[in-house]
Design a protein around this ligand. Structure first.
Ligand code: SAM
Ligand code: F3S
Length: 456
């Protein structure tokens, strides 16, 4: 029977990538097709995130909601993947006995077999191993959806920051061979992809084998990806300050395809908190690194991640985070979170003396400051002309087009849908904090008059 599969994914870009891959593998090996609404599906898959408690709570409430589809039709199966599945394994079945399949981020390629066994009457299937990167050998070439694509270049994380559950749910770092990554990117380029985002939890630790047995770092990988015809913009997510090697700084200097954007999580502005977080660097090292990267790439837009309310954090330490934001300027914004204790991590053992009200107040203060910085940076773009990759209709107004600048800002503008998938030069006419408006000056492959004539 042809499975109609519905997938919902939570959390990071790696999960987004995995969710698409698990559809690919079911389409190619189990004759499935994707449906957009859960009520149309006979296989419901939830790709979960466990990085903060809130995300984890959502998993069981979502499964509870899906249970009724199964009650209405016993042929409906429910599968749980991702980090909660990895962490809880068979425990998922205890809390939600109606679940049929439990698979981890590294075993999603085995889903067709697990599904076939379950359909043939076997017990609920649980497989959350960390097999040696075999996943990618079993996944079909991804189908591109638009002009931008994620490409996972490594799995796992070996940094073991004291607050973070990822190394336990995704396993240690392991890199895909260079040739595999390049083959995937070439396949995407042939389908019209112009921008790739190279993914890993700690992607700057990339060390993929080359055909001669040597290893390539991320800088070298970026250079090789940049040489692929059709690929004109490259991003990578997420990197860690302690492993930002000189090869990567060279890439910012030498590889024009590498976007003017860097997401470099710092987590805290306090040396003491960084030490307790086991981040492996201090604030001076972070600032020196940013200076070096900005020297290699003037105009770089910087984004970060910040955590407030780490166990024992004081008001003074929190203010060091505000001060760091002021000195460095996170013009690309920051993801900021209240610390959430994760079972099994070393920080969860620490005494959490910070009052909830303080944590929330700090988060608000921090977000207000970051918002100001981002607004000021947006204002500074008024009147400039930016290179924008047009990725589709605007979300706000489907009659308009939308794209991103090299610095990762969303720009909306009037234009011809035939331009989707091309680069355009866009003059910024209005600046809001989270999106810009603009006017097309020229479109790749088209003269100025033609572009302006068609775009109005
Ligand atoms: N690899 C990235 C790095 O270099 O830090 C981070 C990946 S992590 C999945 C994404 C972000 O979630 C982190 O940067 C951190 O800010 C946040 N995070 C992770 N664990 C957290 C926790 N226990 N409480 C609150 N935020 C957390
Ligand atoms: Fe988590 Fe630190 Fe790795 S935040 S994903 S353990 S770099």
């Amino acid at each position: 029977m042809s499975e109609r599969v519905y997938v919902e994914t939570q959390g990071c870009q790696m999960n987004d990538y995995d969710a698409d891959r698990l559809v690919d593998v079911l389409v190619s090996q189990a004759g499935a097709r994707r449906v957009e609404r859960p009520e149309e599906a006979d296989l419901l898959l939830l790709n979960t995130c466990s990085v903060r408690e809130k995300a984890q709570e959502k998993v069981f409430s979502q499964l509870g909601r899906w249970r009724r589809y199964k009650q209405a039709d016993p042929g409906v199966l429910i599968g749980v993947g991702g980090c909660v599945a990895s962490q809880e394994g068979a425990e998922i079945l205890r809390r939600a006995p109606f679940v049929d399949l439990v698979f981890g981020p590294q075993t999603l390629h085995r889903l067709p077999q697990m599904l076939a066994r379950r359909r043939a009457g076997a017990d609920a299937q649980v497989d959350v191993d960390f097999p040696e990167i075999e996943k990618f050998d079993h996944l079909p070439q991804p189908r591109a959806e638009g002009a931008t694509a994620y490409v996972s270049v490594m799995e796992g994380c070996s940094k073991y920051c004291s607050f973070c559950v990822v190394p336990y749910t995704r396993g240690d770092e392991i890199s895909r061979p260079v040739a595999d990554v390049l083959a995937e990117v070439r396949g995407l380029a042939e389908q019209g992809v112009r921008e790739v985002n190279l993914l890993g939890q700690n992607v700057n630790a990339y060390a993929g084998v080359l055909d001669d047995g040597e290893r390539a770092d991320l800088g070298l990988l970026i250079e090789a990806v940049a040489r692929i015809p059709g690929i004109d913009r490259i991003r990578f997510t997420t990197s860690h300050p302690a492993e930002f090697h000189s090869g990567l700084i060279d890439a910012y200097r030498d590889v024009p395809e590498l976007a003017d954007f860097l997401h470099l999580p710092v987590q805290s502005g306090s040396d003491l908190i960084l030490k307790l977080m086991k981040r492996g660097h201090d604030i001076a090292a972070y600032e020196a690194l940013i200076e070096e990267i900005r020297a290699a790439r003037p105009g770089l837009v910087l984004a970060t991640d910040l955590i407030v309310g780490f166990p024992g954090e004081t008001e003074a330490e929190f203010e060091e985070t505000l001060a760091l934001a002021d000195r460095v300027g996170f013009d690309g914004g920051a993801f900021s979170f209240v610390y959430s204790p994760r079972p099994g991590t070393p920080a969860a053992e620490l005494h959490d003396g910070v009052a909830e009200a303080d944590k929330r107040a700090w988060l608000q203060r921090l977000q207000a400051r970051l918002h100001e910085q981002q607004s000021a940076a947006a204002q500074a773009l008024l009147g400039t002309t930016q290179s924008v990759l047009i990725d589709g209709p605007s979300r706000r107004d489907p009659r308009e087009l939308s794209g991103r600048t090299s610095g990762n800002r969303v720009v909306n503008f009037p234009g011809d849908p035939a331009w989707i998938g091309r680069f355009a030069e866009v003059e910024i006419t209005e600046a809001r904090t989270h999106s810009l408006r603009g006017r097309v000056v020229s479109v790749e492959g088209q003269g100025l008059q033609a572009a302006v004539g068609a775009g109005g």
